[in-house]
Design a protein around this ligand. Sequence first.
Ligand code: PMP
Length: 469
Amino acid sequence: KYESYPYERMQKIREQHIVPSLRTYYKKPLLLHQGHMQWLFDHEGRRYLDLFAGIVTVSVGHCHPKVTMATQKQLARLWHTTNIYMYPAIHEYAEKLTSLFPDPLKVVYLTNSGSEANDLAMFMARLHTRNFDIICLRGGYHGGSPYTLGLTSLTSYKHGVANGFGCTTTMLPDVFRGPWGGSHCRDSPVQTVRKCSCTEGACLAKDQYIEQFKDTLNTSVPKTVAGFIAEPMQGVNGAVQYPRNFLKEAYQLIRERGGLCISDEVQTGFGRTGSHFWGFQTHGVVPDIVTLAKGIGNGFPMAAVVTTKGISIAIEEDGLQKNSEDVGTYMLLELAKLRDKFEIVGDVRGKGLMIGVEMVTDKDSRRPLPVEEINQIWEDCKDMGVLIGRGGLYSQTFRIKPPMCITKRDVDFAVEVFHTALQRHMRPPVVKGRNTNKTASEITEEENEGTAPRQMKIRTEHLYALPKA
Ligand code: PMP
C-alpha cells in the first residue's frame, strides 16, 4: 500500500529538503502513516501507544471522528477570517469556551498558536498596566516567537539573538530537584521520596521559594510590573510541580506591584489535570489572563487568550476530564511502584494525565541519569510499542501526556513495557552466556537470551494492521 513512500526515499527527502536543524525523535525516526485515538501506526503497520500526543497537540485522540467530521463540514462550508465579519459558529464557540471560565474571565481572542497567544497576553498586560516588566519562572516554556523567547527559560531554546526585552526569570520552585522541597509539598497522588521538614499547615519550601520571588521583585525589576506568567505545572520541563500555595502568594505579590497574572494553560488546560478543568484551579487562584493552545484544537493550529472585559477593551462530551483523573491517578500509582522498585526512577509526579518520571543515578544524590542511559530505555520502550516524551534541563525526565481517551488497559501495557525496559537496563544483556558491551537496544532478540521471550510477547501482541482510513 505504501510502496510509493519507502522509508529510504522519505529519509532522503527529509535530508535534502527539510531544514536539518529540525529534530527527529529516535535513532531510526518513525515514519508514520496513520493515527487513531491513542494509537499511531508506522509504515510497517506496527502499532504504538502514543503517550506523548497530548504534549504535542492531540488531546481527545488522533483523528477523533467527531473532530474530523466537524472540520470536514466547516471546510466545505466557509473558511475565512473570524475578526472582520461575524460568523455564528465562532460566536457559539466563544460563548461555550468562556462559560467554562470563572468570572471575570469572559472575553476571548482567538489566535493560531500558543506563542501568539502568549505574545498577545504580554502585550495586553503591558498596555493595561502601562508597565513593561514581566516575571517568569526558570524552566518555563511559553513559546518560540521573538517576544515569548524572553519568557521561555530553557537553554536548549535560547539562542544568541535579541529577544523578549523586559522578561525577568526567577527561581523555579521545584520540590524534587530544587534546594527546598519534599514529600508533603505538592498536590499529587504520588509524593516525592525526598524527605521534607514541612509541618501540618506550614510549607517551609514554599516560604523559601517565595523569599526568592520577593528577592527578584526587590532587585531585578522596577517597583511596578506588567505581570507574571507561569504554567500551573511546567510541561516541557518535565511536569514540574510547585509547592502548594506558591502561586497564590506569588499572584498576590505581583498584584501588589500593579501587575497582571497570566496562566499559560497550553499544556494543563481542558481537563488534563483531572481534578479541575483548568490548571490554575488546582492552585486556588483566578488569573487575569489565560492562554490556551494545543488541546483546544486537537492538533489544529488554534489558540486563544481569555481575559476580563476590563483588560480586553466542548469538548467535555466523552467524559475526558474524569478519564484524566481516573486513568491518570491509576497510572501515577502504577508508575510509583516502579519508582519504589528501581533506584534509577527518582520521581514520579503530576496530576491527571500530565505525568513526569524523572530518572536519576540514585535517589540520594538525585543526579540526572546520563542521557545515553535514558536514551536506551526510551528507545527500548519505542521498540516495544510505547512512545514517550522527554523533558528537563538534562533531558532526564520522561514526559507522559497521552490523548485523554487512554484506558487502564493501555496503562497496564505501557507500565509493563516501561518495567521491561528498566529491567533490561538494570540487568546487562547477555549474549550466548557472555556479558557484552552492547547496549540493550543494540542486542537482537535472538542474542538477548535473558529477556527475549517477554519482549517478543509484547511485540507480537501489539502488532496490528492499520485501521481503514
Ligand atoms: N506554552 C506552553 C506551556 C507550551 O508547552 C507551548 C508549546 N510547547 C507553548 C506555550 C507554545 O505553543 P505553540 O507551539 O503553539 O506556539
